[in-house]
Design a protein around this ligand. Structure first.
Ligand code: NAD
Length: 264
């Protein structure tokens, strides 16, 4: 893939540490010659993101909390001043109150429902609005979703509802922005042990279940998600938009427990 992203520049939001899916994507893009800008959420993550950015030769364009529109505007202003235009955008951001990523969906509070939707769904549209203005030669936008949008997964609850809305927003954004040669897609990743995932109840059990029941009989890595993202963000994916690309060892085609799977 060397040189595949040569001459392309873009923003990646959602690196928290070297286990983040956004980091897997950043590495794949940098290895292919992309120039990358990263944001961080708050000072605690700044200390983690700055050395990671240095590893890739990426620039850091500041703090961004998607609940604060001014911080989003500031990031895009910096990008405009630094590069003038961008070619790609990666949104790898989600949040819900840990107390509601366990137990029953029916008990979701109005406050956390709104917060989860704002951070995990609306924020993609909010950044797409700003990114569109900088994608003057067309571009490619990508977000991250999970199978809990399509089917009920234990403990995923309100996050599943937000991911369903996020997947619908991928289709609406693709329809709106296609005329400007901007493509919009999502990768639906299988479960991966990250900071965000550790908030989900029984996450280790979910990983084990995937090891025994996916067609490939294993979980996926951030490098594998990174390579699929590279396809969608590069010219290899030039005919693809509005797509939800599963990178989940095939789990989404499975109807029931594998007959050879052990009891776990
Ligand atoms: P992660 O914890 O590494 O990344 C989550 C990121 O969201 C962090 O960088 C955090 O700073 C950011 N974030 C949260 N609230 C924010 C806010 N208000 N403003 C700005 N940033 C905010 O975890 P991850 O698993 O790499 O998550 C990335 C994306 O991948 C998420 O959308 C997640 O739902 C999705 N995903 C994860 C899995 C999995 O199993 N890990 C599977 C499918 C999809």
């Amino acid at each position: 893939t060397q040189g595949l992203m040569a001459g392309k520049r873009g923003l990646i939001m959602g690196v928290a540490n070297n286990r983040s899916i956004a980091w897997g994507i950043a590495k794949a893009l940098a290895d292919s010659g992309a120039e990358i800008a990263l944001t961080y959420q708050g000072d605690a993550l700044r200390k983690r993101v700055e050395p990671l950015a240095a590893d890739l030769g990426a620039i850091v364009v500041g703090h961004c909390d998607v609940t604060d529109p001014q911080s989003i505007d500031a990031v895009f202003k910096t990008l405009e001043q630094t590069w003038g235009k961008i070619d790609f955008l990666v949104h790898a951001i989600a949040f819900s109150d840990k107390d509601e990523l366990t137990g029953r969906y029916v008990d979701t509070t109005a406050e956390n429902f709104s917060q989860t939707m704002q951070i995990s769904c609306y924020s993609f549209t909010a950044v797409a609005q700003r990114a569109e203005k900088l994608m003057t030669d067309g571009g490619s936008m990508l977000t991250l979703t999970y199978y809990g949008a399509e089917k009920v997964m234990p403990h995923y609850n309100v996050m599943g509802v937000a991911k369903a809305a996020l997947e619908a927003s991928v289709r609406y954004l693709a329809a709106d922005l296609g005329k400007n040669k901007i493509r919009v897609n999502a990768v639906s990743a299988g479960p991966i042990k990250t900071l965000a995932a550790s908030g989900i109840g029984d996450f280790r059990y979910i990983l084990k279940w995937n090891e025994h029941n996916t067609p490939l009989r294993r979980t996926v890595t951030i490098e594998e998600v990174g390579d699929a993202a590279l396809f969608l963000l590069s010219d290899l994916g030039r005919g693809v938009t509005g797509e939800i690309q599963h990178v989940d060892s095939g789990y989404h085609v499975v109807g029931m427990k594998a007959v050879d799977a052990p009891d776990i």
